[in-house]
Write a protein that binds this ligand. Structure first.
Ligand SMILES: Nc1ncnc2c1ncn2[C@@H]1O[C@H](COP(=O)(O)OP(=O)(O)OP(=O)(O)O)[C@@H](O)[C@H]1O
Ligand SMILES: [Mg+2]
Length: 357
């Protein structure tokens, strides 16, 4: 088991171009489950490949368990990496595939059999051990690939979108199995995804990347409740967080935002600001009590309903409502902001504070 520390690592693939990774520092504790999340092209895979040693950083250092491994080849790092497309040996059985790495390292066959059985059982592929890869579904194959990495018991696991080829149900199930497996093994795991549900549900801490940088590194609910940048606020959460442009009022203590929203906010105030409010933090009120608008779309999802409203100034607002009666398209409604949940960002997109009740 091991801790992982990244010290301002950077990667530039072509001299003069924009760096793929631009000064990432992370301290991952021994045994921690960390998820790196971010949009396509933000540098997630590149960070993982640098930790594995498959790619050398152009700047910065990488430490595993306190040892500087920046210049060590992959096989001296005691790391296993699982990719989205992980090739299995077609001519070997599932059992032989899983045990392959152990056999190469001349582990005692009795020990191999025991470890393979145990890991196959915890990933629920025990009944498939005598099949060949061609006789498996995509989801089953991916589990075999996971089992093959896990059975080696490395100090650190790196996962690069290992579930993205699976259908929704198998994916949710495998997600749960990985979390349970992590709890049982206690091994350090770094898991890359652009799926925010995976990030929220699996991570002990989540690192949100954007354009080669980490914008926030914190437990998932902290990131959801207090996103440190407007990018993070907009990236996590579905439907997307509502945004209203705003400006300081002369009295200096309150701020007015488009959509007719007026809020007292925590100091300091910027001249230009953005108010960001999650759909569950907008209330439906009488048109005279809040910003008035017209319902443009109603999406009943069962336990909740998503309501889209066009405010009188033309701004869009999205509300998440509980079960119960909801307005219909064309109705005039009022929208009010739950002030203490409202987030205010400065012109550079950094969190300044919240609304005050
Ligand atoms: N070998 C390479 N040569 C040149 N540029 C590369 C190379 N690998 C990655 N890049 C570039 O570096 C940036 C980051 O790529 P990376 O694969 O790390 O993104 P990612 O976050 O994993 O994206 P995705 O979610 O699509 O997998 C991209 O702009 C990509 O085009
Ligand atoms: Mg990638």
């Amino acid at each position: 088991m091991a801790s992982v520390r990244l010290e301002r690592i950077a990667k530039r693939f072509d001299a003069g171009g924009t760096p793929a990774v631009d000064g990432v520092s992370l301290e991952i504790a021994d045994g921690e489950f960390t998820v790196i999340v971010g949009p396509s092209g933000c540098g997630k895979t590149t960070v993982l490949r640098m930790i594995a040693g498959l790619e050398g950083p152009t700047a910065g250092r990488i430490f595993i368990d306190g040892t500087d491994v920046t210049d060590l080849p992959p096989r001296e790092r005691d790391i296993a990496m699982v990719f989205q497309n992980y090739a299995l040996y077609p001519h070997l059985s599932v059992r032989e595939n899983i045990g392959f790495g152990l056999r190469m390292r001349r582990v005692d066959p009795v020990d191999i059999a025991r470890r393979v059985d145990r890991i196959a059982e915890s990933l629920e592929i025990g009944v498939l051990l005598d099949r060949r890869p061609a006789q498996l579904s995509g989801g089953q194959r991916q589990r075999v690939a996971l089992a093959r990495a896990i059975v080696r018991e490395p100090a650190v696991f790196l996962f690069d979108e290992p579930l993205s080829n699976l259908d929704a149900q198998v994916r949710a199930q495998t997600r749960g199995e990985l979390v349970r497996l992590h709890r049982r093994l206690g091994t350090t795991m770094i898991y890359v995804t652009h799926d925010q549900v995976e990030a929220m549900t699996m991570a002990q801490r989540v690192a949100v990347m954007h354009k080669g940088r980490v914008e926030q590194f914190a437990p998932p609910l902290d990131v959801y409740r207090a996103p440190s940048t407007l990018f993070v606020a907009s990236f996590l959460g579905s439907p997307t967080i509502n945004r209203f442009a705003g400006r300081v009022l002369p009295d200096g203590t309150s701020q007015r935002f488009d959509g007719g929203v007026r809020l007292r906010v925590e100091a300091p105030l910027a001249e230009v600001a953005t108010l960001a409010v999650r759909p569950e933090h907008l209330n439906l009120v009488a048109p005279t009590e809040g910003s008035a608008g017209e319902v443009t779309l109603v999406e009943p999802l069962g336990p909740e309903t998503i309501l889209h409203v066009r405010l009188t100034g033309g701004e869009q607002a999205t509300l998440r409502l509980g079960a119960g009666t909801t307005p219909a398209v064309g109705d005039t409604v009022g929208v009010s902001v739950r002030a203490t949940e409202a987030l205010v960002y400065d012109a550079r997109g950094r969190l300044m504070g919240r609304g005050v009740a």
